[in-house]
Ligand binder design. Structure first.
Ligand SMILES: Cc1ncc(COP(=O)(O)O)c(C=O)c1O
Length: 338
């Protein structure tokens, strides 16, 4: 299939800006730091999932779905953006959320409530002993809705399927077009890695364009979490994206750089490095990061820079994948001056 044959709906403002972070670059003493502002995709406060949802929701519509079902943590950005896309396109949303429903709702869940989502709250997704129970609960609710005449389109966690990830293949193409116009050679891209689809899409673009650029995924989950979700390793996803669009990225395990040193104790548990990164970028650049994805990824990038892994004249791009609403429930970590 050719890329242009894949159905797509428009949900984002593209291209997103590519912006130099001059004050952060000066503060850290180089390399040259740029930020790709996918926090500004626009859909319901922006973020990376808008690009994936352009393909996934087009598929839902082609399948005549009236309900989008997806999965995430209680304060999932992916769920909020899926719900927003569904609202915009006239579908209902059923969210399968991990954990207890907080009362009153906060962060992304508050926005989900405002959008009128339906929910199924399940125990902690990270507990493999509960997987069968959770699968059965999802199966039952889908069956119940189907019996009522609803047509449910299931989107996996993070919207990470080769179809959704094509959105990030295109983000890489967009980024390199911007870089060419600015005469920039990008040495490395840093990106938060949850389910890995954003990372894989970017790497697919880098490999297909034959760019000499490293894509460094900073994991926000413990090692093995992709396998637990039933997802293949990043290099396999990259090649699956290639198969879908008729390209040959030929990614190998060496291309898929995933660093597990910055997620801290667990998914969603803030770290001192993340707090420092969030404050630093806000105070130097007037840009917010979030405590679960982009803050930890920025902490990783800053650590690489402080360890001298880049020369002063090299260029790194930080992919800002959004997540603002996730910041608000973390007030206690920022309320005291440090
Ligand atoms: C703000 C933000 N950044 C990064 C990611 C990670 O994206 P992926 O699941 O494609 O690895 C997510 C996923 O939910 C996210 O919400």
């Amino acid at each position: 299939m050719k890329l242009t044959d894949i159905p797509r709906v428009s949900l984002s403002y593209l291209p997103t800006p590519l912006e130099p972070l001059k004050a952060l670059t000066k503060y850290l003493g180089g390399p040259q730091i740029w930020m790709k502002r996918d926090d500004m995709t626009g859909l319901a406060m922006g973020g990376n999932k808008a690009r994936k949802l352009e393909f996934l929701m087009a598929d839902a519509i082609n399948n005549k779905a009236d309900t989008a079902l997806t999965f995430g943590a209680v304060s999932s950005n992916h769920c909020r953006m899926t719900a927003a896309a569904a609202c915009k396109l006239g579908l209902k949303t059923l969210l399968v959320l991990s954990g207890e429903k907080p009362d009153p709702p906060d962060g992304n869940l508050l926005l989900d409530e405002i959008m009128g989502c339906e929910y199924l709250f399940l125990p902690d997704f990270n507990d493999p002993s509960k997987f069968d129970e959770m699968r059965l609960a999802v199966f039952n609710i889908v069956q119940e809705l189907t019996e009522k005449g609803r047509n449910v389109y299931m989107i996996p966690p993070g919207g990470s399927t080769p179809l959704g990830d094509v959105g990030y293949y295109l983000a890489a193409v967009e980024l390199f077009e911007q870089a060419r116009a600015l005469d920039l050679k990008i040495d490395a891209i840093f990106v938060a890695m949850g389910t890995g689809g954003t990372h894989a899409g970017l790497l697919a673009g880098v490999k297909c364009l034959k760019a000499p650029t490293k894509v460094v995924g900073i994991a926000v989950n413990k090692q093995g979490s992709l396998e637990e979700l039933g997802l293949p390793p990043v290099e396999v996803i990259v090649n699956e994206i290639g198969d879908l669009i008729g390209e040959k990225p030929n990614a190998t395990r060496d291309d898929a750089i995933v660093d597990y040193n910055y997620y801290g104790e667990a998914y969603g548990k803030i770290t001192p490095g993340c707090i420092e990164a969030i404050k630093l970028v806000a105070r130097l650049e007037g840009i917010f990061l979030d405590p679960t994805y982009t803050g930890k990824t920025m902490a990783g990038m800053i650590d690489y820079i402080r360890k001298g892994k880049f020369h002063k004249n090299e260029t790194v791009v930080f992919m800002h994948t959004g997540g603002y609403p996730g910041l608000f429930p973390y007030g206690e970590w920022f309320s005291q001056e440090a």
